[in-house]
Write a protein that binds this ligand. Structure first.
Ligand code: FAD
Length: 413
């Protein structure tokens, strides 16, 4: 039976979470008005596509769920409702093929977000979704109506139900300003403070390091450290030396843990194993070969294949005594310390952790203290590394919130 209501559903925020909620609700023939503060929707989604839109990951579901760490219990029901495989099928149904790239990352065939977004918006318009751009949500008026600032001044709207999908707190110029934190906090909704996640860290590099080596990748190294729970974390991969410090795929998965260590101790030291395929004894044996008149750099290159940025890192962090002692040097090559002083500003982060506490939401992501208002996407209190896990959870949460609205409308229309 069609759901009849004189009022439309309001979706506020046109990122992937809000768009998916709009799709699920409008599919049921329910009128949907989608509001966004920006002149167009999906700006961060498009930015995510600039370097290749990693929409999801080919991990089996149990491995996939592990990536959400402490927020796994909250994300699991969302990914059970809309699985990573369903997400891939959904992309295919939009007429876009996907492929599995290196390390299981899933991309749309053209790598970009724009073709996918174009087709998605076309589908939504066909389903009757009305888009209202340059509508900045200011909060709820006393009578529960939605307040917006528009180019023509402030206005209010009534809705049968509302989905808030306002994003996290990074890349504010793309719309995700995090201004909703103050609005919802004032209403007594529990919110974990937003913090940078999937971000770079500042390191006190020398001028030489900054000017000669910024932008260079450090490949096939192992990074290790002890997290705030006393558990050793380690991973092999590559990262990039930047002018300010370090960034890249090897660092991002640990960003939240590194942020916590910095909060606790003032800084966090990571240990790099520059030669993960050799043990210390093997390195000592190689370093102990006669050096003759060769410089240490040349000796490292010939005996261990170390050169370029790795040599620069050794000179940057190691004193002379250690450099001249094969035993000590071997130990340093297996655990070269790099101290992170602070995360880069939140606005630069790929994503933010923190957000609306799951305890404040029911299983359909409806605010318990405000029936009829649902929340989705990065504005919820969860965290994941890059690799497609962010978009997958955002879209799945939009799906579940959309289903929640449909159920709510069935009961309340
Ligand atoms: C450079 C970069 C690369 C990324 N790459 C990937 C990747 O490859 N894979 C991946 O999984 N994730 C990636 N991400 C992360 C991913 O893009 C985000 O997690 C995702 O877009 C969040 O979706 P969302 O719908 O929750 O919020 P957003 O996409 O942030 O959308 C929120 C929307 O709400 C609107 N809004 C906010 N406040 C208001 C208000 N008060 N009134 C009205 N509208 C408002 C905004 O204008 C915006 O349109 C990347 C992020 C960045 C920055």
């Amino acid at each position: 039976m069609p759901i009849t209501t004189s009022l439309p559903v309001a979706i506020i925020g046109g990122g992937p979470a809000g768009l998916m909620a709009a799709e699920v609700i409008s599919q049921q023939g329910i009128a949907v008005d989608l509001y966004d503060a920006m002149p167009s929707v999906g700006r961060k989604f498009l930015m995510a596509g600039k370097s290749g839109l990693n929409i999801t990951h080919a991990d089996a579901l149990p491995d996939f769920l592990q990536r959400y760490g402490e927020s796994r219990t909250h994300i699991e029901p969302l990914l059970q409702a809309f699985t990573p495989q369903q997400l891939r099928d959904w992309v295919h149904a939009l007429g876009i093929n996907t492929f599995v790239g290196s390390s299981g990352r899933v991309f749309p065939e053209e790598m970009k977000a724009a073709p996918l977004l174009r087709r998605w918006l076309h589908r939504l318009r066909t389903q009757g979704v009305r888009f209202h751009m340059r509508h900045q949500w200011l909060g709820f008026a006393n009578d529960g109506t939605l307040r917006f600032m528009t180019p023509n001044g402030e206005t209010t709207m009534r809705s049968a139900a509302t989905v808030l999908a306002l994003g996290g707190g990074s890349w504010a110029r793309l719309g995700s300003t995090g201004a909703w934190v103050d609005i919802l906090t004032a209403q007594g909704i529990p919110i974990t403070p937003l913090k940078p996640a999937n971000c770079g860290f500042e390191v006190n590099w020398s001028d030489h390091m900054q000017s000669r080596h910024a932008g260079q990748p450090v490949k096939s190294v192992m990074v290790a450290f002890t997290d705030q729970h006393g558990t050793r974390q380690e991973k092999q991969g590559e990262f990039v030396i930047s002018r300010y410090g370090i960034e890249g795929s090897l660092i991002y998965p640990f960003a939240s843990a590194i942020v916590r260590l910095i909060e606790q101790h003032g800084s966090a030291t990571l240990y790099l194993d520059l030669l993960p395929d050799l043990d210390t004894a093997q390195i000592i044996a190689k370093l102990s070969q006669p050096r003759g008149k060769r410089s240490l750099s040349e000796h490292l290159r010939r005996t261990l294949g170390i050169s370029g940025i790795k040599t620069a890192l050794i000179y940057e962090t190691t004193d002379k005594t250690t450099l001249n002692n094969p035993q000590q040097l071997a130990q340093t090559l297996k655990a070269l310390p790099v101290t992170c002083q602070r995360p880069r500003p939140m606005d630069e982060a790929i994503s933010t952790s923190g957000g609306i506490a799951f305890d404040a939401l029911d299983q359909y992501l409806m605010l318990k203290q405000q029936p009829g208002t649902f929340c989705a996407g990065e504005m919820l209190d969860w965290d994941a590394p890059t690799g497609g896990y962010l978009l997958t959870a955002c879209i799945a949460s939009g799906y579940v919130a959309g289903q929640g609205v449909v159920e709510w409308m069935k009961k309340n229309s």
